[in-house]
Every structure is written in C-alpha cells, then in structure tokens.
Design a protein around this ligand. Sequence first.
Ligand SMILES: [Fe+2]
Ligand SMILES: [Fe+2]
Length: 209
Amino acid sequence: MLIMEYNKRLKNSVWEYFDFLSGVDPYTLSREIRLIMPPRRVLHTLGVEERAVTMAHRFGSCDTEARQAALLHDITKSFPSQLKLLQMCDMLCEGRLLPAVLHAVTGAELSKRLGASDSVISAVRWHTTGRENMTKLEKIIYLADMIEPFRKEFPGKKKLGMLCLDDLDKALHLGLTIALSHVESKGLEVDPNTVRALSWITGRLQGHE
Ligand SMILES: [Fe+2]
Ligand SMILES: [Fe+2]
C-alpha cells in the first residue's frame, strides 16, 4: 500500500520519496492523495480540484490537466524541509525565494518527475504568486486555490467566487489585488511576480495588450 511505503521511505530521506513516487502516474496519485496529506490539506486539495474542474469546463480548458494540477499543487507542502528539497533538486539558483513560495517550486519539480505535462507543471509552479503572461490553466489553479470552499473566509471571497465563473481575467485582477493587500497588511514581503502579474492583467483589461 502506498501510504505504508511512503511512511517508511520518508523516514529515510525525502529524496527516496521522490524516487518512489516517480513510478506513480498522476492518475494513480489522485486516488492516493488523501493518504499522503494531513486531513486539512486533503480537504483543501479536493476543494481546489472541484473548483478547478468547474472553471476548466466554463472557460474551455482541459479538465484532466486542471484536475492533475489541482491535486499536485500543494503536494510537497507538508514535507519536512522545503529548503532541503530545493538543495536536493539543485534549485537554489533561481534567486531568493520567499518561504511561502518554496512548496510551489518543489511541487513543480515533483510534478515533473511524475511525468506531468508542461502546462500542469507551470500551473503548480505559479499557483502561489501568479506571474506575467499567465496561461489559462495557471489562472484557473491560482484562483481555485483562493476560492475553494474549505478555505477560510476573507473579504471579497464571495465576489471573487462569482467572478471566477464569469470572467477569468477580471477574477484574476481581483484575486491578485486581494492577495497583495493581504500580504501588505500583514507586513510580509511582496513577491515581485505578483506585482508584475497585477500590472500585466490590469493592462490586459484596459486593452493595452
Ligand atoms: Fe500552495
Ligand atoms: Fe493550496
């Protein structure tokens, strides 16, 4: 059983866990996911999956990729040391990464090793910050992560949820605005990718692109 193997191998090293999972296709992983995450994260992940698939149908994106990206987006978030994972993956050359972003980088690396498509990998990579020129799937996962039903309420969540079924770019604009003001209100460091994403989508909505 996967979970037994997981527990055994994680005790040895996270690197072995990567090796172990590399033989598991993303579809199988989707069935096993609830065994390898803490219950709260399982609920969140399944909530993101449900929202992402709904949005994929609404906006003409591939629902299989939306499902995979949703299931994989926080896959490494419960792992003991994100920094250790980065070192193992030789990914420290990407420049300075904020702690909240680390699991997106390691999650993208694991998704790659599991054989996910490039669009799924990039949706996992950019789900925490957004970026300039986001693809449709990146927008869907970024937003589904915010509006999934099990996420704690925040000002604007309901409005954002409705926009997510109506206009993807307007929803992204609102989602990025909410995320930036949340980070600033907490006195946390703002990721430059989020700032660039907001300025890009603002220009797009104003017809500059
Ligand atoms: Fe995440
Ligand atoms: Fe998440």
